[in-house]
Ligand binder design. Sequence first.
Ligand SMILES: *Cc1c(COP(=O)(O)O)cnc(C)c1O
Length: 360
Amino acid sequence: MSRVYNFSAGPAVLPEEVLREAAEEMMDYKGSGMSVMEMSHRSKVYDTIIKEAEADLRDLMQIPDNYKVLFLQGGASQQFAMIPMNLMKNKKAAYIVTGQWAKKAWKEAQIYGEAVSVASSEDQTFSYIPDCSDLDIPDDADYVYICENNTIYGTKFKELPNTKGHTLVADVSSCFLSEPVDVTKYGVIYGGVQKNIGPAGVVIVIIREDLITEDTLPGTPTMLKYKTHADAASLYNTPPAYGIYICGKVFKWLKSMGGLSAIRERNEEKAKILYDFLDESSLFRGTVAKEDRSLMNVPFVTGSDELDAKFVAEAKAAGLENLKGHRSVGGMRASIYNAMPKEGVEKLVAFMREFEEKNR
Ligand SMILES: *Cc1c(COP(=O)(O)O)cnc(C)c1O
């Protein structure tokens, strides 16, 4: 068996301990005589799996009792519609457009009501987070929407926007569980798990109870109502059962690592190794405003498309995979999620140093 260092933005690297445990349990989960993939989602064994997953997540994030945790499908992209369908009582919402995912969510919301862009960083290819301390938010906006970590561009909100009392909705797909969070500051926190938590196919929605109502936009399908899933504890229909099981293992792994404060420290340490090198390098440079740098996604360039392509190819040959930047921006991007070991980042930087020497 040989594993590479996988810098993919998603689906992405998972902890080896988790993969090994899942492999061991593949044929016979804890004496049940079957794989978790094969069991009824209504069985007692599975009930324990999903309940434990939720309890561990609540524990990790210190989620208050007046928030529901939902395990859903449809990816983060389905939430782009579900959020306005469920939350747009006044048919108005404010969007902060800091990248492609935020923009997609904003566009989708326009189908359902008046979605206003109250701030954007598109003028500089989304390379920074705009000042959100005093935005012009319509009084009757149902919520303020952000994409907290911009996976493609590598920026992160270091401070939440001043929503002026409006409900904050955040897509945290690519920074989920990367650091402690104060859940009470949000109405909805959601993310696809394939970036930092588990296999594709699960999206986790953490939503304050008062936002879960029957009063959805006319025509909202049953499956797209938060209430449907909240009332059924994520078992209205067959959930992405195996994916939730893996997420549960990752939650336990995070707890064994010391929880989210410890993980943040580890993530800061890892990111520093890479950013420090980018700041001193004569060949490579980071592409975003320093104060807005993400701990999870690190885009960088050489300034030459040719050298970029050469770097990506040679890195791959050296066991450092998926370093090509998003197709919309080019260059390189190293995603260094929770499960990327420090050695992976060290190897990457050593390889970059060597490449720099040879290509001066
Ligand atoms: C990947 C990603 C998405 C899209 O996720 P899907 O599960 O593919 O719909 C949305 N938002 C962010 C921040 C992402 O990183």
